[in-house]
Design a protein around this ligand. Structure first.
Ligand SMILES: Nc1ncnc2c1ncn2[C@@H]1O[C@H](COP(=O)(O)OP(=O)(O)OP(=O)(O)O)[C@@H](O)[C@H]1O
Ligand SMILES: [Mg+2]
Length: 359
């Protein structure tokens, strides 16, 4: 898929821009504080209907303005889409091909962008919740039923938490039966995607770094080693742990406690990866997702790569650019580094004080 053009009015530090992008690489160059991340944020908003930096819509409006507009023209599998997002105080109104969008979950099935941003990298490194969200965002797209299962799991867990706090043992057993049927399906989907990721991850990491060491992605299911993945065993396990859960007043076991991590030649990420290694491993993971989406859904997501080059050595930067160019996605790369460094890059956009120009 391709974002053909973008209009921004009073969005962050953009007063009024109307810009046409290249369907391949868009290398966006600018000094600190000029609007590179703001631009990436507006493109992410178009595909995910939320920001990756704030949950407050009003933060997106230019200072001292009340209304902001993000308007895009997109092309996906030869079909044109017009999207207009109006942000007004804390309300967001979305028009997709002139029709009002009422359900975000319906809208986001249409489009997908994969984001690399320094802030998301930190969150991914620090919080298991962020790693689960990362996996879930992709599974929602490639496995139709997965979204329903997670919704169901969260609904049951919420109800069970209330009952645990009220120490209502009899009713909890009923909800345990329901949850024991949903859990195996969530675990199976997560195992499936991790297997898919590992089918391509090591090769991508080698291509980006030139290093012949193996990068692997691991899934640590919370229930692994405690019970097998059948509803009967899970139910038995939860019954055994009932008093412990009542003591704590909330659900202690299940996919909401799952974790994911990476290893390089068998060594675990947080304990051993250098800053640059973590960065390029995370980028490899995003590019693995890109391949999975392309083969499962038949279209190429947009790659939003904000500030990828800092902390990476020259060899990795050059190999990354070569890899991205041959990936055939529409890509937005932002950098404070001068584009002349990368001979393969042809389309350069310069950002200065919220204004874009082609170089
Ligand atoms: N709501 C807003 N209204 C107006 N300006 C804003 C708003 N929010 C942020 N800004 C300003 O936009 C400017 C550009 O921010 P942005 O994060 O896009 O910079 P950047 O080009 O990515 O810089 P860096 O290279 O340091 O990451 C900043 O100076 C910031 O103060
Ligand atoms: Mg930035």
């Amino acid at each position: 898929m391709v974002i053909k053009s973008l209009k921004l009015i009073d969005f962050r530090n953009y007063e009024n821009i109307d810009f046409t992008f290249n369907p391949g690489i868009n290398f966006i160059y600018g000094k600190n504080g000029q609007g590179k991340t703001n631009l990436i944020e507006s493109l992410y908003l178009t595909t995910h209907l939320k920001s990756f930096r704030t949950s407050k819509i009003s933060d997106l409006c230019a200072f001292s303005k009340k209304i902001s507009t993000v308007q895009t023209s997109l092309l996906k599998q030869n079909v044109h889409h017009d999207v207009r997002i109006t942000l007004h105080e804390n309300l967001k109104r979305v028009l997709h091909n002139q029709k009002s969008v009422n359900y975000t979950s319906e809208y986001i099935k249409n489009f997908l962008s994969l984001l690399f941003s320094p802030d998301q990298l930190v969150a991914f490194k620090e919080f298991p919740l962020e790693r689960r969200n990362f996996i879930d965002r992709i599974l929602f797209r490639v496995d139709e039923k997965y979204f329903q299962r997670i919704k169901e799991f969260n609904r049951i867990r919420k109800q069970k938490n209330v009952l645990l706090r009220n120490r209502n043992k009899k009713e909890i057993s009923v909800w345990n039966q329901l949850i024991a049927f949903v859990i195996p399906e969530i675990v199976n989907s997560r195992e499936w995607i991790v297997k898919k990721i590992n089918g391509v991850l090591a090769e991508i990491f080698c291509a980006l770094t030139g290093r012949n060491i193996s990068l692997e992605f691991y899934y640590g299911s919370d229930l692994k080693g405690k019970t097998d993945n059948s509803p009967e065993s899970i139910l038995r396990y939860l019954a055994e742990k009932l008093d412990q859960e009542i003591g704590n007043g909330y659900c202690l076991f299940g996919p909401h406690k799952d974790n994911f991590w990476m290893t390089l030649d068998g060594k675990k990420d947080r304990q051993t990866f250098s800053q640059g290694e973590y960065r390029v491993a995370y980028l490899s993971l995003q590019l693995a997702m890109n391949q999975i989406i392309s083969s499962e859904l038949g279209f190429k997501p947009i790659l939003l790569l904000d500030d990828i080059f800092s902390e990476l050595d020259d060899i990795i930067c050059e190999k990354t650019v070569s890899y991205i160019i041959q990936s055939d996605n529409q890509v937005f790369i932002t950098s404070t580094t001068i584009p002349e460094r990368f001979k393969e890059i042809e389309n350069t956009i310069c950002i200065h004080a919220g204004k874009l120009s082609t170089v």
